[in-house]
Design a protein. Structure first.
Length: 338
């Protein structure tokens, strides 16, 4: 009898193992579907920023950018879409300045090579590389202009716009990026998605014509410094306001992309937005300005090539970074409502 029991137990163990495997797999699939569906509603501001940046460009650039404005708008969200699938993508969207202490902005070298020498590449990537990657993408865009490569110009412009916009979000400069260490879970999507969605209709985001940036590295580090300086009020006002709101008044539940989602209530959002005193509007306007400035600066640095004969770009998706699902399935930082 004993051998039969043993083989029965083995079968049961095998079944259990298979069941667990299936369960894990379905959890992975659910996680991916859920996270990608949540991404949908954070995309509005990115698209808006790229679109409005086009109107800041001089006529010599508009002749190419205007006919391709829909591409630049729709693809403003590509970097977020591939965050879980392309190795090295996730860390381009943020920098956890607080990890480096109060003197982070003095301690961190402005340029990548020096930063790698001082901090080490692994450590840098772990805590985000946004300001360095924006410099790299700007260099790549300049090269694309020099080569008059329409497809690359469009693809890199769309991506660069995304990274610059992310660097303008205060919560992209802290390890407490979603309030997870201060009992303020969900604040990330609240600030960068829900508030603009509710109130951006009243924003004044016009900046005038694009301006040349003498020093790209300085300009980008300035953006990050300003974003980080906003963090105190982002966290403090939410805490202050929460004291006056009961839980059931602070949050509301709504169906988003067929998922029942808990969001901050309209009443709470309105009061928080007032307390922030147009902070979201200022960061969004600054982002539109910097995206336009940076596209323009790269074009000037490339020697102001004639773009009028590039109007009909064929396939800007050519040469995109290829996904590598297995390598990058989970290590990417989840940004729930990014
Ligand atoms: Zn992003």
């Amino acid at each position: 009898m004993a051998p039969i029991c043993a083989s029965g137990r083995k079968k049961r163990e095998k079944c259990l193992y298979f069941f667990r495997l299936c369960l894990n797999f379905s959890l992975v699939v659910t996680f991916l579907i859920f996270s990608s569906s949540q991404h949908q509603w954070g995309f509005w501001a990115h698209k808006r920023i790229n679109r409005l940046a086009v109107f800041r460009l001089p006529p010599e650039m508009l002749v190419f950018y205007k006919p391709n404005i829909d591409y630049l708008t729709e693809n403003a969200v590509n970097p977020d879409k591939r965050r879980y699938s392309v190795v090295g993508e996730a860390e381009r969207h943020f920098i956890d300045l607080d990890v480096y202490g109060d003197g982070a902005l003095i301690l961190l070298p402005k340029y990548w090579r020096e930063a790698v020498g001082k901090i080490g590449e692994d450590s840098l990537r772990k805590h985000g590389i946004a300001p360095w990657h924006i410099q790299l993408a700007s260099y790549q865009l300049t090269e694309a202009f020099k080569a008059k490569d329409a497809q690359r110009i469009l693809r890199i412009s769309a991506d660069l716009g995304h990274y610059i916009a992310d660097a303008h979000v205060p919560l992209h400069t802290t390890r407490n990026y979603n309030g997870q260490f201060s009992n303020q879970d969900g604040i990330h999507g609240f600030w960068e998605s829900r508030l603009p969605e509710l109130f951006a209709g009243d924003y004044d985001v016009w900046n005038g014509s694009a301006e040349y940036q003498e020093n790209i590295a300085n300009a980008i580090w300035n953006v990050v410094r300003e974003s980080h300086a906003c963090l105190d009020s982002v966290f403090l006002f939410e805490k202050e306001l929460s004291k006056n709101f009961k839980q059931d008044k602070k949050y509301s539940y709504e169906l988003r992309n067929n998922v029942l989602t808990r969001s901050y209530s309209h009443d709470f959002a309105e009061k928080y937005h007032q307390m922030l005193d147009r902070q979201v509007e200022r960061r969004m306007r600054a982002a539109i300005k910097m995206v336009g400035d940076m596209w323009y600066t790269c074009w000037v640095n490339a020697g102001q090539p004639d773009l009028s004969d590039l109007k009909n770009a064929l396939d800007p998706t050519q040469g995109e970074e290829s996904p590598n699902w297995l390598k990058r399935l989970f290590p990417a930082r989840p940004e729930p409502e990014d």
